[in-house]
Design a protein around this ligand. Structure first.
Ligand SMILES: [Zn+2]
Length: 78
């Protein structure tokens, strides 16, 4: 009986675990610090609009993951 398929490693899971999933940011409008949750599954370079949880004005969010899985997050006034 063969069972050599039972313990095949899955390298994709390790890569996912290394990606940063949140970042501390400072709102460009009101200057308050906030934790921004990142969607690591959406790609290495992301751009979207999200409202500030403090003043509710829209951020233009830029996210870039580097080779180590760390996220570089930039906010602009939308
Ligand atoms: Zn704000």
């Amino acid at each position: 009986m063969r069972d050599d398929d039972e313990d095949s490693p899955d390298p994709d899971l390790d890569e996912e675990a290394l990606l940063q999933t949140e970042a501390e940011v400072v709102c460009p409008y009101c200057g308050e610090a906030a934790i921004l949750e990142l969607d690591a599954g959406s790609g290495a370079a992301q751009e979207y609009v999200q409202d500030c949880p403090v003043c509710c004005r829209p951020w233009q969010v830029h996210v870039h993951y580097d080779a180590t899985g760390a996220a570089d997050v930039t906010l602009e006034e939308s």
